[in-house]
Write a protein that binds this ligand. Structure first.
Ligand code: CA
Ligand code: CA
Ligand code: CA
Ligand code: CA
Length: 557
């Protein structure tokens, strides 16, 4: 048996329009051969093997290593070419992965608890898993055409220019103009090659003509010589890294990452394929989901550090897990304290629970809207956009077409979920950074929040100002790129200082808005009445438990 956190298999459509069912794995606790240990002092290296010694010299720890047949201890984070000071400050040199030679027949939680009771241990926790926040579908339905830009499939990208022809999945009608106004935006800014957006996902089909020249290349590395030329800890990492399978070829084995890359940065106005929100930024490929749409937190943590150390300005994490993890938080803190903007998906179960990394303080958490500008209560495949006290903004997230990871000529695939919304926000952030390179990650967050469109959604949920369903509102790239002009200096001053709004922005994840528990479990709001109400999570004591109830339908064709 394996430990699975919530696992959601993707919706994969083989033959239109038939659908078939997929397996839903839904275990938050269980058995594993790996777990994390943060020690109070750094473990010694064996002179004989050059590896971390299994005889640590700490009796209580050695006993447990023997008892659970730990055969390998690895550092999760290496300083590599990173920030040494920050690395030490966050204690990253003392975070280890303990690997047992067989999966124990004892639940991993029990093992971890035993390590936690050891005075020499700062903490121990399972190596949780998470999934992407998008699901795939395929539709053969060409309905209308537009002229600008000249990309053949631009007409399918309703979130860039919405003519109202795509109806929302939960009923009603599409709304003309419910889009991010990208055409006007491109008059102002089309992006910069100097801005790097790291895509932490299932990999990217980097040879697609609509993406090929947009990929970040590690220029400090000589390819294929078996040497880590730039000494960043990864040998021959020319095209990024595959953290799931530990190699230098981060190919997409699932399709999700290729869709995300399309949304952020497909080549625009090159006749073929789609248009990306940002027409020039570079896409760093950090693969941290396997071919089954599962990602271990160890891969996520390591890939975040890699992205930061190798120059990413923005990290897109269209993925999430159920479990709070101090190790994952350490990596997030490393990114945030390094000034990197980290965007993450609110996830798709239509509930208000905390998912990670979206719920960590400092992470820009993105929910999804449909073609009518309302919160996506039901994606094309089911589910619904999650909400909660940590939501930053919403962005379009239903029926988002993108390139296919297997076939360069297939333009009929779309994905739906907060994953896609997150990618749109990353694209807007990269445009903002291209417009003014001196902007900090806090500047980017602030501008995107304040320029988003409020009170455009369902009035029962989209209350004036920030609310838990829409955050600050639905993003608008044109408003964002003209933000400095819209807000006069006097008003800006007001916003940032006098009324304490700035404090609120910085601390929003610690605050529970007044209406947080109001009317969210009603059937008329599209929430499954069978689902338990959201449970408060004490971030310091949360352990995975039986509260991981079922998810919405996950369908596979
Ligand atoms: Ca290298
Ligand atoms: Ca090399
Ligand atoms: Ca294109
Ligand atoms: Ca609102």
């Amino acid at each position: 048996m394996k430990i699975f956190a919530l696992f959601v298999a993707a919706t994969i459509v083989f033959i239109f329009p038939h659908r078939s069912q997929t397996n839903i794995h839904n275990f938050s606790s269980g058995y594993s051969d790996k777990f994390f240990v943060k020690t109070k002092s750094e473990l010694k290296i064996s002179e004989a093997t050059g590896r971390i010694s299994l005889n640590t010299g700490i009796n209580s720890l050695d006993e447990k290593i023997l008892k659970y047949r730990v055969f390998n201890i690895k550092k999760l984070f290496n300083v590599n070419n990173g920030d040494t000071e920050l690395y030490k400050k966050l204690g990253m040199e003392r975070i280890y992965v303990f690997i047992m030679d067989i999966k124990s027949d004892i639940e991993i939680e029990k093992i971890v608890n035993e390590f936690n009771n050891d005075n020499e241990i700062e903490f121990s926790e399972p190596n949780f898993k998470g999934t992407s926040a998008g699901q795939k579908e395929l539709e053969l339905n060409k309905s209308y055409a537009a002229n600008i830009p000249n990309d053949e499939m631009f007409y399918k990208q309703w979130y860039l220019q919405n003519n109202g022809s795509v109806d929302p999945s939960s009923g009603g009608m599409g709304k003309v103009g419910a889009d991010i106004k990208v055409i006007d935006t491109w008059e102002i800014e089309t992006g910069s090659e100097e801005v790097i957006v790291a895509i932490l996902d299932s990999g990217i089909k980097d040879d697609h003509p609509d993406l090929k020249d947009r990929m970040w290349i590690n220029k400090n590395e000589t390819p294929n010589n078996g040497i880590d030329d730039d000494q960043n800890g990864y040998t021959d990492d020319i095209k990024g890294w595959d953290f799931a399978y530990e190699d230098r070829r981060p190919e997409d084995g699932f399709g999700h990452g290729t869709n995300i890359a399309t949304v952020i940065g497909a080549n625009t106005n090159n006749l073929i394929g789609f248009s990306g929100v940002d027409r020039n930024c570079k896409l760093m490929n950090c693969k941290n989901l396997n071919s089954e749409n599962t990602g271990e937190y160890s891969w996520w943590a390591e890939s975040i550090k890699y992205a930061v150390d190798n120059g990413a300005n923005i990290i897109n994490m269209s993925e999430g897990g159920d479990d709070y993890s101090k190790v994952l938080k350490t990596a997030i803190d490393y990114a945030i304290e390094s000034g990197v903007l980290l965007t993450a998906a609110m996830m798709n179960k239509g509930d208000s629970r905390d998912y990670y990394p979206a719920s960590y303080k400092g992470v820009f958490a993105v929910g999804a809207t449909d073609t009518d500008d309302k919160r996506c209560r039901k994606f094309s495949w089911g589910g619904g956009s999650c909400w909660g006290k940590h939501i930053s903004v919403v962005a379009p997230g239903n029926k988002i077409y993108g390139l296919d990871y297997e076939n360069n000529d297939n333009y009929e695939v779309y994905w739906s979920g907060t994953s896609q919304s997150t990618a749109i926000v990353s694209g807007i952030a990269s445009l903002l950074l291209a417009q003014n390179k001196s902007r900090s990650s806090d500047d980017l967050k602030r501008i995107i929040k304040l320029s988003s469109r409020d009170i455009v959604g369902d009035s029962r949920e989209d209350r004036p100002g920030w609310d838990q369903y829409y955050g600050y509102g639905r993003v608008d790239s044109y408003s964002a790129l003209t933000f400095d002009k819209i807000i006069d200096p006097e008003k800006k001053e007001e916003v940032s200082k006098d009324d304490g709004t700035e404090d609120f922005f910085n601390n929003e994840k610690e605050k529970a808005p007044e209406d947080i528990n109001e009317g969210i479990n009603k059937g008329d709001k599209g929430v499954n009445e069978d689902e338990k109400p959201a449970k408060a999570v004490d971030r310091n004591t949360h352990t995975p438990a039986e509260d991981d109830n079922g998810i919405g339908p996950a369908k596979k064709k």
